[in-house]
Design a protein around this ligand. Structure first.
Ligand SMILES: Cc1cc2nc3c(=O)[nH]c(=O)nc-3n(C[C@H](O)[C@H](O)[C@H](O)COP(=O)(O)OP(=O)(O)OC[C@H]3O[C@@H](n4cnc5c(N)ncnc54)[C@H](O)[C@@H]3O)c2cc1C
Length: 342
């Protein structure tokens, strides 16, 4: 049914089956958005007086649901709606950058001090809102916030990227931003008392961020089973935290770290050369699949491939956790944004 949206004192007609986000963008409105798949929560909006279906509010905190917030990319209205963008005060917390470090040629770490009440699990993701712009993007938490008292994010520089170029080139200690979240279920849960079940984590690029978070949490909680972490990149200088992860695996006998690079070059010994999925399947093969928990993060194509292969190898779908780093589509016709390596 064709419906109408009331937004910022104007009325916009939606086409049949069109989402609130697509309709507003089609009418030239500048609504924050990124993944368009209900994951990043960039397109959060508020409805006045309409009833919202569960899909439009999936993954939101109960406090946001109760206030009629919804995800514009997931909402196909079956009645006319009055919608607005949330104010910063309603849905975000202010944060200050307290530290910035170059992790490799195109990845920086940002540490954020939260200037309000906040809690999250290592491996979940938050959304960053760049002050003074409508840019909102998601980034995964790589550390133990409750222990460290700050959030650490790994951000890869994307050419012409609205958020990542700012984060890598301009952001500095003392800058203020706003964050929203956390969201996502990529985090460690102790399943049984002896915590002897195996974990297998794999990802490309900054997909390492949530995986590191899960590993640090598992080790802190005294996980006893084997923990395999595989990090893939195109070439050696795209990898980061190699020394840190090698040192961590020397300290913890049950942590097995495998850096993998696709392209042969002047690589250090100890690197695996070839496609990440091949090494993931080699690591997975001897593990007991009944309790094995897998975590796959980073480039969506690789995440989807690993999920499929793990499932076909016998891992229960309830034990496959993933965060594909879905990206804003390219504007140019015919390009396939999701094929990119994150
Ligand atoms: C749940 C979730 C967690 C995420 N966690 C992280 C994280 O921990 N670290 C991190 O670095 N990113 C992460 N991302 C991706 C991040 O949210 C942004 O999409 C990314 O930083 C690009 O944003 P941007 O504003 O710089 O680029 P945009 O302005 O969104 O994009 C600029 C142009 O580059 C293209 N583009 C965007 N990303 C890529 C890419 N990877 N490869 C090639 N082209 C691209 C776009 O299609 C567009 O044409 C995550 C995404 C999700 C959904």
């Amino acid at each position: 049914m064709a419906t109408k949206l009331s937004y910022q004192n104007n009325i916009y007609a939606l086409q049949d089956g069109e989402t609130v986000l697509d309709g507003l963008l089609r009418h030239g409105q500048d609504v924050p958005n990124s993944c368009k798949a209900g994951a990043c929560q960039s397109c959060l909006m508020k409805a006045q007086g309409s009833s919202l279906d569960s899909k439009a509010q999936e993954g939101l905190k109960e406090t946001l649901k109760a206030q009629n917030f919804f995800l514009a990319c997931q909402c196909v209205p079956d009645e006319d709606m009055d919608v607005s963008l949330p104010s910063l005060a309603e849905t975000t917390i202010e944060a200050e950058i307290i530290y910035k470090e170059q992790l490799c040629h195109n990845v920086v770490a940002l540490r954020l001090k939260l200037l309000g009440e906040f809690s999250c699990r290592a491996g979940q993701y938050i959304s960053i809102l760049r002050n003074g712009t409508s840019v909102v993007r998601s980034y995964s938490v790589s550390n133990l916030f409750e222990q460290d008292g700050f959030l650490e994010l790994h951000i890869r520089r994307i050419e012409s990227g609205a958020m990542s170029v700012w984060a890598c080139d301009e952001a500095k200690a003392g800058d203020k931003i706003h964050i929203r979240g956390p969201a996502g279920d990529c985090f460690y849960l102790a399943l049984n008392e002896d915590q002897s079940f195996p974990l297998l984590l794999a990802g490309t690029g900054t997909g390492l961020a949530p995986l590191e978070g899960v590993v640090l949490d598992a080790l802190k909680q005294g996980h006893k089973g084997d923990i395999h972490i595989l990090h893939g990149a195109l070439k050696e200088d795209d990898l980061y935290h190699v020394d840190m992860l090698q040192a961590l695996s020397e300290e913890h006998g049950n942590l097995i770290y495998t850096p993998c690079i696709l392209n042969r070059g002047n690589h250090k010994s100890g690197f695996h050369i070839g496609p990440l999925d091949q090494f993931v399947m080699q690591a997975l093969e001897p593990l007991d699949k009944t309790e094995l928990r897998t975590y796959f993060c980073g480039a969506p194509d690789m995440v989807n491939l690993l999920k499929k292969k793990a499932f076909l190898a016998g891992v229960s779908s309830k034990n496959i956790f993933s965060d594909p780093f879905l990206i804003r589509e390219r504007k140019e016709a015919g390009s396939k944004a999701e094929t990119a390596l994150s």
